[in-house]
Structure formats: structure tokens, C-alpha cells
Design a protein. Structure first.
Ligand code: MN
Length: 419
């Protein structure tokens, strides 16, 4: 791996190193949304860089980067998006600071981040065997892993309209809940509000309706990855999910980190997937002899309103995922369903093998039976109003650090309904 140095001071522990260069949409208080690349404590303002002629085709790229989403940029395809990223990398690694440096850089800590893509479609998978087994044990003790699970990446179509950027508060949802020991539901705010630690990928290339994307070509359609919190109301979910799957227990909000890490930045962190038994059907079998999974460390913290309120409650890793992103996409399209640039596909909760690596409160508190202790002396089985859940992710190897920043959201009390 080539090593880079920059004229710009970049903190050694920054998520946003010269090897990362993730894309996002930001503004700096003037309300003018534009595209940027995160670098250390700064953002390279791509609209201004385009105007300065850094990418050629000045007017074209100024328009592309002067929008409030990355969709049009992503849809230009990887040859273009990779070239832009390399141009920025070249600019940052020049021998001396360019004279337009101050004009092209924004202070990242002063910037407001927006949702980076207009999400056309959102699909959520269920790709962690540890998570599926844990949840199965609680919902169906006699039959934890259903017969289809090892044969296909189980998924459902989620709701794109309620995907929000990190920092957006989430209201505790109302819904139908069946109290313990009863048969009929009551209408009440959820008492089992939960997070789901997930990694999402953003589609970068359309596929045609009627034409499957083969597993070998799947990664060509993936622009990049973002951290994802698929908020879940377990009590609502438990009552409603039979027979058609998740609905109102899931679609009241899903939070996404603002920086999309391009797939190419994650190449050094490829690792083998867990062995799949039985061997999947041929359309789900990887033919390329490279690792299909990624070694990205994940953590979840909960912060209460009190002092010393932040506690890391889980540490997991994307390498545990049983089904790879390529398998998810190959399966999603095998019937001819098309995907579009800007679509979002999330992994499902990423739990590891140990109790401290579970990716939801449902598992960490084992269905509410074992309260999770927090640093401020309080404990949780599920989330309380005022709690802030923050997820972080970073890949590190041989001095190369590629991080995702964070996805964070605070729980607001339920909407005041006139009952
Ligand atoms: Mn989920």
C-alpha cells in the first residue's frame, strides 16, 4: 500500500485519513448545501474545487457538486467518482499547500451535515447468524433459526421516507402492544424501544428491470458504505410481524451516518466470510478468490442526560456477517428486481459471538431479563426518553485508518396524542 503525506495537518487518530476520503453533503450556515470530502478536521468543498477547475469540465462539476444530494454524482459511475477522489487525494498530497487551500477547505466542526443521498428505496437484510439465532431463541425458543435462513439472505423492503441523517432526534412511536400474559393489544407508546447496529451500502449503478445482477458484478453496483441505526420498537414488532414481516415497529425512523466511505477505500480490510454450511445455491456462490467480508470494528454507546452518562455497551465487527453484501445484492435482483443509484441496503443487526458484541438492546438485555448497567449508575433493558445512541466504526490495518465517523440519535418522548 502506498503511503501518503499531506501539507494539511491531519490528526493521526482521525477517521478521515488520506486513505479514506468519504463523500457527504454539508453546509456552513449559509444554507448552501454542497458536496464535500472529509479530511481530518476539514472538508474539501467539492463545489468550490470544481469552480477552481480541479476536476476539469468546470460548469458540469460545479452543478453536480452544488446539489443537496450525491445522487447525480454517484450515478456518474465508478470511473468518474474514483477519478474525482484521486484528484482530491493528489491535491491534498502535493509537496506544498496549494494557494487556493483556504478557499477549498471548510472547518468540519463548524459544518452541518445533511442526508447524503435521496434514498429511493431502502431494503433491510438479516445477515448476522448470531443476531438471527439470538432473536429466534427469544421469539421462538423451540425453533431459533428458520429453515430458509442458511439458504438465502432474508430481507424486507423498508421505508425510505423516514431515513434520516445522524443527529436527527427520534420520537418514541405509539402502536399496538400486547401486555405480558394478555391476548389483546392496548394502544400505547412503545416500551421496548431499541437500536439495531447495522452497516448500509449505497447503490452506485442502476440495474435493468428483469435482469439479475450476478454475484461477480455485484460490487460494481456498490458505491460505498455508511453506518446505520435501524431503530426498532420490539413490542410493536412482536405483535405485527406475522405473517408479512416488519412494519410500524421499524418504519418510524432509521438513522444514517453522513459520510459515505467509498468501497475502494475498504480494499485493505477485506477478509474471508464465515464458512457457509450448507453451500449456497450457485447464484449465491462467490467465484472470485478474494475475501468477501470487511474487517470493520463497530461500537455502540448510550448516553443519558446525567454526568458520566456515556457508556459503550457493545463492540462488534462487520466481519461476523454470514451473508456478504455481494450475496445480498445478487439475491435481491435474482428475480429481476432492479436497483437504482441512491438505493440503500442495510446488513441487519450485526451481532458477534460474545454477549458484549450483541448489536441490539433486545439481545444485550436478553429480552429485558438482564438490565445493562451504565456508567452513571442507572441501567437499561430498552431505551429511555432522552437517551442518545451513538454508533462508531473504524477499520485499521498497518497504520492505515479508515473510519466512518458516527451515527447518533436522541430519543424524544412520544407525540402528545389527544386520546
Ligand atoms: Mn434492521
Amino acid at each position: 500500500m502506498q503511503t501518503f503525506t499531506s501539507w494539511l495537518p491531519i490528526p493521526a487518530d482521525s477517521d478521515f485519513s488520506l486513505y479514506n476520503l468519504p463523500f457527504g453533503i454539508f453546509h456552513t450556515g449559509d444554507g448552501k448545501a454542497r458536496a464535500g470530502i472529509a479530511i481530518g478536521d476539514h472538508i474539501v468543498d467539492l463545489a468550490t474545487a470544481a469552480d477552481a477547475g480541479l476536476f476539469g469540465k468546470r460548469r458540469f462539476f460545479k452543478k453536480i457538486f452544488g446539489q443537496n444530494t450525491l445522487n447525480d454524482f454517484i450515478a456518474l459511475g465508478k470511473p468518474v467518482t474514483s477519478r474525482i477522489r484521486r484528484k482530491v487525494q493528489d491535491w491534498l498530497t502535493r509537496a506544498e499547500a496549494p494557494e487556493n487551500a483556504a478557499r477549498l477547505l471548510a472547518d468540519r466542526h463548524q459544518a452541518t451535515m445533511l442526508l447524503p443521498v435521496r434514498v429511493g428505496n431502502y431494503t433491510d437484510f438479516y445477515s448476522s447468524i448470531e443476531h438471527a439465532t439470538n432473536v429466534g431463541k427469544m421469539f421462538r425458543p423451540d425453533n431459533p433459526l428458520l429453515p430458509n435462513w442458511r439458504w438465502l439472505p432474508v430481507g424486507y423492503h423498508g421505508r425510505a421516507s423516514s431515513v434520516v441523517v445522524s443527529g436527527t432526534p427520534i420520537r418514541r412511536p405509539w402502536g399496538q402492544i400486547v401486555p405480558k400474559g394478555q391476548e389483546s393489544p392496548v394502544f400505547a407508546p412503545s416500551r421496548q424501544l431499541d437500536f439495531e447496529l447495522e452497516m448500509a451500502f449505497v447503490i452506485g449503478k442502476d440495474s435493468a428491470l428483469g435482469e439479475p445482477v450476478s454475484i461477480d458484478k455485484a460490487e460494481d453496483h456498490i458505491f460505498g458504505l455508511a453506518l446505520f441505526n435501524d431503530w426498532s420498537a420490539r413490542d410493536i414488532q412482536r405483535w405485527e410481524y406475522v405473517p408479512l414481516g416488519p412494519f410500524l415497529g421499524k418504519n418510524f425512523g432509521s438513522s444514517m451516518s453522513p459520510w459515505i466511505v467509498p468501497l475502494e477505500a475498504l480494499k485493505p480490510f477485506r477478509v474471508k466470510s464465515p464458512k457457509q454450511i450448507p453451500a449456497p445455491l450457485s447464484y449465491l456462490q462467490h467465484t472470485a478468490r478474494i475475501g468477501q467480508n470487511y474487517d470493520i470494528s463497530l461500537e455502540v454507546s448510550v448516553k443519558t442526560g446525567k454526568i458520566n452518562g456515556e457508556t459503550v455497551i457493545s463492540r462488534s465487527n462487520t466481519k461476523y456477517l454470514y451473508w456478504s453484501m455481494a450475496q445480498q445484492l445478487a439475491h435481491h435482483t435474482v428475480n429481476g428486481c432492479n436497483v437504482c443509484a441512491g438505493d440503500l441496503m442495510a446488513s441487519g443487526t450485526i451481532s458477534g459471538p460474545q454477549a458484549g458484541s450483541y448489536g441490539s438492546m433486545l439481545e444485550l438485555s436478553w429480552g429485558g431479563q438482564r438490565p445493562v448497567e451504565l456508567n452513571d449508575g442507572s441501567s437499561r433493558t430498552f431505551l429511555a426518553d432522552g437517551d442518545t445512541v451513538t454508533m462508531r466504526a473504524v477499520a485499521e490495518r498497518g497504520g492505515i485508518r479508515v473510519g466512518f465517523g458516527e451515527v447518533s440519535g436522541m430519543i424524544l418522548p412520544p407525540f402528545e396524542l389527544q386520546q
